[in-house]
Design a protein around this ligand. Structure first.
Ligand code: FE2
Length: 348
């Protein structure tokens, strides 16, 4: 799964969180998940709704204000989707390890930053000063590769539709208040420093290589850690929604898996799901019906659902893991019901 669109091009599909929101370096899970589900997810939902309107528009008869309005809103929503994906993808640790705050750009990108800004330190000084200058306002600060200028640029963007023409964002820093006020109040400068202590330079470097057209085999960097590698063992939130909406016979078995320590992070679940402890798999697997498709989800679609799906498939079940977990489900506006832990196994 690369940062490019996956699935059919008609609808824009939500991308999963690659960062682990519960153990970031000074950015809270509440802030990151709210930002992802409400602001990023909201932009994805808005973009798809606008596209639906545009598809139905009679271009010969539509009033110009309707054409102008919809096309303007489409551009803003699409820019917001893309920049939020660059932002979230740029944050987080590696595998199971939290961000250290000490990471530096990988070799190729460090050389490019030195070439275009004098040094990585000089690039960072400019980039963070630009972000801090947006305190009290809003917008994006973007590190982008410009083919025409032949260099990396730090670019100011006053809104989601304000990109340097033809340039490709490598790293985007969200300076809208929703990205920091829950944790930092009005202290935007403290937020900027904290974002810089959470950068995942491996993924930022992969975006740079994609932008400059280097052949790259980095797709696994853009797959949530622990998610099944084979596509047929994964299901997107959009595909699951279509299946559930059309599943009159309730053939799909929905499993909600959660580690005991993560139960306090949960408040809701998908309707019809039963909740289990991953460690009790040998017990609950016996009750699973054979010959029915199974969708497994956890909070963000990392190794909890990934490991269970691997195990279930080895045992011959048609199991798939929900990409991005219930967090991605929230982001597409999927309905949920209050958490029911009555089927959850106590520790042996
Ligand atoms: Fe945002």
């Amino acid at each position: 799964m690369s940062p490019r669109q996956f699935g059919a091009p008609e609808a824009v599909m939500v991308r999963p969180l690659l960062l682990k929101p519960q153990w970031m370096n000074g950015l809270s899970e509440r802030l990151l998940v709210s930002h992802y589900e409400n602001n990023y997810g909201g932009a994805v939902r808005r973009l798809n709704a606008i596209r639906t309107r545009l598809t139905a528009l009679d271009w010969a008869r539509a009033p110009v204000f309707e054409i102008n309005g919809l096309k303007r809103e489409e551009l803003i929503a699409a820019g917001s989707v893309i920049l939020h994906e660059v932002y979230f993808d740029s944050l987080g640790g590696h595998g199971d390890n939290p961000p250290t705050g000490l990471e530096e750009p990988s070799d190729g990108l460090a050389e490019a930053l030195e070439r275009d800004f004098g040094s990585v330190v000089a690039w960072r000084a400019e980039f963070t000063a630009m972000a801090k200058a947006l305190a009290g306002g809003s917008g994006w600060v973007i590190l982008a590769w410009s083919e025409r200028l032949g260099r990396l640029v730090n670019q100011w963007a006053s809104d989601h539709a304000h990109g340097l023409a033809g340039a490709t964002p490598i790293l985007a820093l969200d300076m809208y208040e929703h990205s920091y006020h829950l944790d930092f109040g009005a202290k935007a400068a403290a937020y900027v420093d904290q974002v810089m202590a959470n950068l995942n330079w491996e993924r930022i470097g992969a975006r740079y290589r994609l932008a400059v057209g280097e052949r790259t085999e980095d797709d696994e960097l853009f797959l949530p850690f622990g998610a099944p590698a084979q596509e047929e063992a994964r299901i997107s939130a959009e595909e699951l929604k279509v299946l559930l909406d059309g599943d009159d016979n309730r053939r799909l078995v929905l499993l909600d898996l959660c580690l005991p320590k993560d139960l306090p992070r949960r408040t809701d679940m998908l309707a019809g799901a039963t909740m289990h402890a991953p460690g009790a798999l040998p017990r609950w697997v016996e009750e699973l019906p054979r010959g029915r498709p199974i969708a497994v989800y956890c909070i963000c679609g990392f190794q909890v659902s990934g490991a269970a799906v691997k195990e279930l498939r080895q045992r011959g079940y048609d199991a798939r893991a929900l990409v991005g977990g219930i967090t991605a489900w929230h982001a597409i506006g999927g309905k949920t019901v209050p958490l029911d832990t009555s089927t959850y196994e106590e520790a042996p």
